[in-house]
Design a protein around this ligand. Structure first.
Ligand code: AMP
Length: 327
């Protein structure tokens, strides 16, 4: 929203009632549309309001995590980017299909708990933000972790879990912007996440961890750290982004428009293993409200991801047709 304001747009925030007092503090938010506390998505009234005011909706993670994807697809308010690709982000099987089609290296999926023969990460379906994930290295540790989640009523049964090979290396989250108008990909930043309680475990000595029998370690995101990559990795970063854009064009027309993020681990040989993608702006881009080391190589103005979206909307208005970047 700050970026949109910097580019001269008026801004409307859609949020739940309990967040209004927070967002009222910021001058770059011109207007707030409050939705009901129990509402899971944009209400029909809200949609009407946005349409009457000529708004363009910018999708983000919470929209996908909490709204029904059929409902998002049926929205008639113009959405920046390709709303059809959001289903491919939300559904693990489609997500895997797109990443494989793009030629990205991905962690091996483990079909059943009986096939666990190495360190694995066990995930919940949907964009849960890492909450409830745990590590397992055989059937017993899987069953113990699953039982804990069933007792906590996080899942109903083991079928709600998805097992994946654990990739050893360091996590990196690559922020891209694809301009379908210029047919050009821009790498605008990179971050790593601060996840609890996994990132806090190193603060407890191993002997104490064993003593108190720590088992389930969630990967719940609390914040993000900035990062710059070893320069020799940048070539790979650009090709991965370009391959992803090509694959999205073929599998999910009109393809990837605007911001997206490839999320994975870089291993000891400098290879990227991608376990997720986000087909829209990600929270990690908040680090670079004033631009990033990468955006400043392309733009003289401080170019945040939000501002880049706004610029694309302006460019479409000026040079082609707004329709090419909306769905
Ligand atoms: P996700 O919800 O898939 O983004 O995963 C949450 C966190 O779990 C990531 O930020 C990583 O720290 C970790 N993670 C997810 N998948 C893997 C994997 N296959 N190997 C290693 N770590 C992973």
């Amino acid at each position: 929203m700050k970026g949109a304001k910097d580019e001269g747009f008026k801004t409307v925030l859609v949020c739940k009632k309990d967040r209004t007092s927070l967002y009222k503090r910021f001058k770059f938010i011109d207007d707030i549309f409050e939705i009901d506390q129990n509402s899971e998505s944009i209400s029909p009234e809200c949609q009407e309001y946005l349409k009457e005011n000529g708004c363009i909706l910018i999708p983000h993670g919470s929209l996908i995590a909490y709204s029904d994807i059929d409902y998002i697809e049926q929205l008639t308010v113009p959405i920046f980017g390709n709303k059809w690709i959001l289903r491919w982000e939300a559904d693990r099987n489609l997500k895997q299909e797109l990443m494989t089609y793009a030629g990205l290296t991905t962690p091996q999926a483990v079909k059943s708990k009986y096939d666990i023969d190495r360190l694995c990460i066990v995930k919940l379906h949907g964009a849960a933000g890492g909450r409830g994930y745990f590590l397992a290295w055989n059937r017993e540790t899987f069953e113990k972790g699953a039982l804990d989640l069933i007792k906590q009523k996080v899942i109903k049964s083991e079928d709600d879990l998805y097992i994946q090979e654990y990739v050893k290396g360091v996590p990196v989250y690559l922020h891209y912007f694809y301009s379908s108008i210029n047919n050009e990909i821009e790498f605008l930043g990179v971050d790593r996440r601060y996840e609890t309680d996994i990132d806090g475990l190193g603060r407890i000595p191993a002997s104490h961890q064993l003593g108190i029998g720590i088992q389930t370690s969630s990967y719940n995101v609390i914040g993000n750290f900035p990062l710059v990559l070893r320069e020799s990795l940048l070539g790979k970063v650009y090709s991965m982004g370009e391959n992803f854009v090509q694959a999205a064009k073929q599998l999910v027309p009109p393809g990837m428009i605007g911001p997206f993020c490839l999320e994975g681990v870089c291993d000891a040989s400098g290879n990227f293993v991608t376990f997720e993608f986000s087909a829209r702006i990600v929270a990690g881009t908040n680090l670079y409200v004033m631009g990033s080391p990468y955006s400043s190589l392309i733009y003289d103005d401080p170019m945040s991801m939000g501002r880049r979206i706004a610029l694309e909307i302006k460019n479409a208005q000026k040079n082609t047709d707004l329709k090419v970047i909306l769905t």
